[in-house]
Ligand binder design. Structure first.
Ligand SMILES: CC(=O)SCCNC(=O)CCNC(=O)[C@H](O)C(C)(C)COP(=O)(O)OP(=O)(O)OC[C@H]1O[C@@H](n2cnc3c(N)ncnc32)[C@H](O)[C@@H]1OP(=O)(O)O
Ligand SMILES: O=C([O-])CC(=O)C(=O)O
Length: 462
């Protein structure tokens, strides 16, 4: 199967020639001078000129607080993230203190608006467990028959395919939205691990393990159980994964994937289309895909920098990265920068603390030191190279991959794990948009096209 798919990608010289000609044709007539963005006062990326986001909606789900406006100027502060008004740090600390799993509690909080009581939580965990089974032959038809090297691609099309198994997929009443949301949240971890197992079998020729989830396990425990060949894991490992799931569960209405879900929802489309759109968005390397890219960047640095303990050498490498001369040549330092946070992303602070504790004295300590150097040195290099005075900090994607590595979670699962954790946030935004949005999201684009006459085919010159 995998070979058949690889063969279909074999380069076809006549098609390559045709594409080159079509590209030349495109280039002749398509160019937008960046000066036009200023000229027409375009809110590029839906940002105001000071970098703050254009106010595009109202939400009760989450608050991302990253700066204060002082006399019209943006002042950097330490970031604070609250889910329904509760500081995410308190949510994490509460679960650690009680030595219990908290992702399910976070899901309840995001969906309904208040912390669950003990009995509400127990009942909800039972509901989630009852909803995680995939439809008959879903795995065979949707995953095994068409494996992909990209887990986000497999997740997106699996979510779209679930539409076909829903008796009322287009219903938009609250009860139906909630039913669909709970079922997606429960199934996502199962689909994610199955997609990984199928990928491993198809492209790496390794054995495929398809264990059943346990109904008495938390989502974090089940992910590790399904992932590990021997189904074994420690309580500490599951607790650490649970914390990662909590930290990734939600991030406001304006982040690219939640906004994508809200845009699709605002047209009145179905839950599966809306969540698949969010998955497609999160996959991008400027968004959730950065957690994969950070680990790739780490490899580039390990290969390109002789002594990572020498700050000057790391700085030179980072400068070359920003100029697009090193790494993946995108010009980006992954894991750094954020649209809202300035001094710190609270999730990165928590993940870093745990990564350091776990890495100390292990082989991974060196990886940690390199990422720490990237975090320390990038702001200075960024200022020197780009002439920018903007505060830039490590974001959630900087240390998450390292934590997953310590949990023996394969590198290519990083972004899919983010998507699994973020599904409750997306669902909460979809429900809010559907119930209270009330308008199709439809910003304006200034047209730079010019009028041209229609020329009959017989009179067109080449
Ligand atoms: C879960 C998440 O989505 S967290 C973010 C994960 N993404 C990454 O880690 C990728 C690296 N970071 C970035 O690309 C950006 O910082 C983003 C996408 C997160 C935020 O982007 P923005 O809000 O547009 O950043 P900002 O307004 O500060 O960008 C200004 C300039 O700095 C550049 N810049 C910002 N961050 C970086 C970075 N990490 N490396 C290189 N250049 C950067 C932008 O490309 C832009 O350059 P330009 O003016 O020449 O076009
Ligand atoms: O808020 C953003 O723009 C991106 C982000 O950190 C997230 O979605 O977790």
């Amino acid at each position: 199967m995998a070979e058949k798919m690889n063969n279909s990608k074999t380069k076809n010289p006549s098609m390559q020639r045709a594409i080159k000609i079509l590209c030349d044709e495109f280039r002749k007539y398509n160019h937008i001078d960046p000066a036009n963005y200023d000229l027409y006062n375009v809110k590029r990326g839906l940002r105001n000129s000071d970098g703050t986001g254009v106010l595009a909606g109202l939400t009760q789900i989450c608050n991302v607080h990253g700066y204060v406006m002082d006399e019209g100027e943006k002042s950097p502060i330490d970031g604070v993230l609250t889910y329904r008004g509760i500081n995410v740090q308190d949510l994490v600390d509460g679960c650690l203190r009680d030595d219990r799993f908290g992702f399910e509690e976070a899901i309840w909080l995001l969906l309904f608006g208040k912390l669950p009581t003990k009995s509400q939580l127990e009942e909800f965990m039972g509901i989630l467990a009852s909803q995680c089974e995939l439809p008959p032959y879903f795995l065979e038809d949707m995953l095994l028959k068409a494996p992909s090297k990209d887990l986000m691609n497999m997740l997106g099309r699996s979510v779209l395919a679930l539409y076909s198994y829903d008796q009322s997929p287009d219903a938009t009443g609250y009860e139906e939205l909630l039913r669909q949301s709970i079922s997606l949240i429960a199934r996502m971890p199962i689909i994610m691990v199955a997609a990984y197992q199928v990928k491993r079998r198809a492209f790496e020729k390794k054995s495929m393990y398809l264990h059943d989830p346990r109904s008495d396990y938390s989502i974090a425990e089940n992910i590790l159980r399904l992932l590990r060949n021997d189904k074994k894991f420690t309580h500490e490992e599951a607790k650490l994964l649970d914390m990662c799931l909590i930290l990734h569960a939600e991030h406001g209405g304006g982040n690219n994937s939640a906004f994508a879900a809200r845009v699709v929802t605002s047209s009145g489309s179905d839950t599966y289309s809306s969540i698949a759109a969010a998955i497609g968005s999160l996959k991008g390397p400027r968004h959730g895909g950065a957690n994969y890219k950070v680990m790739e960047m780490l490899d580039y640095i390990k290969r390109g920098v002789q002594n990572p303990e020498n700050d000057q050498e790391v700085k030179d490498f980072l400068a070359r990265m920003i100029k697009g001369e090193e790494g993946d040549r995108s010009g980006l330092v992954y894991g750094m920068g954020h649209a809202v946070y300035t001094k710190s992303d609270p999730r990165a602070v928590i993940l870093k603390k745990h990564a350091l504790k776990l890495a100390a004295g292990t082989d991974i300590e060196r990886d940690f030191m390199i990422l720490d150097a990237v975090e320390r040195l990038t702001p200075g290099v960024f200022a020197e190279t780009k002439g920018s005075t903007k505060a830039i900090c490590a974001n959630v994607d900087m240390y998450s991959g390292l934590v997953y590595k310590m949990l023996r979670i394969p590198h290519d699962m990083n972004t899919a794990l983010f998507a699994t954790a973020r599904t409750p946030g997306w669902c909460a935004h979809r429900i809010e948009e559907m119930l209270f949005g009330g308008r199709i999201i439809r910003p304006a684009y200034k047209s730079l096209s010019y009028d041209q006459p229609y020329i009959p085919m017989s009179e067109r010159q080449s």
